[in-house]
Design a protein around this ligand. Sequence first.
Ligand code: ZN
Ligand code: ZN
Length: 181
Amino acid sequence: MTSSCPVCREATLIKTELEADLSARQCTECGGTYISANDYDHWLSRSEENLPEKPDQGTISLVSGEAAGPRFCPDCKFVLIKYKIGHGTGFAINKCGNCGGMWLDQNEWQILKARNLHDDLHLVFSDAWQSGVRSEEHNTAMSEIFREHLGEDLEEITRVKNWLKSHPKSEALYAYLLYNP
Ligand SMILES: [Zn+2]
Ligand SMILES: [Zn+2]
């Protein structure tokens, strides 16, 4: 069965080996990759262990943003649902709401692989991961608000705050701060 690209629509996907033991289908037009739930699970079960996440080295940058509009599963034509990866990646991957197949744009797999997040995709779809992404976004937004209000004082107050937090007498120090005779 030929399957068409969820992004380019008419372009067909070509079978490829994404990793040893991991088959996928790639679009020759946009470079997007489709991985079926079975193929991913099979690969994951053969992987030795979950690789520890690595920090962003900035070596690979995202090729382009997400194109707007609904996308449909190349296998079962059901709608694809977006899941943000978080962890500083700044993009989302798509999962079929019916068969669990995954769609990754352009070089997203390479970016995930560079961070050792490529073996965590099954976790990305979980409630726990997604709520982590939301609190990460909340924290980033809060930091930006404080940065805007405090300007260059932010650095100094952050230093003081960390010193307070880690101090053995931190409770007494907080109490003194709030004490206004
Ligand atoms: Zn395409
Ligand atoms: Zn599907």
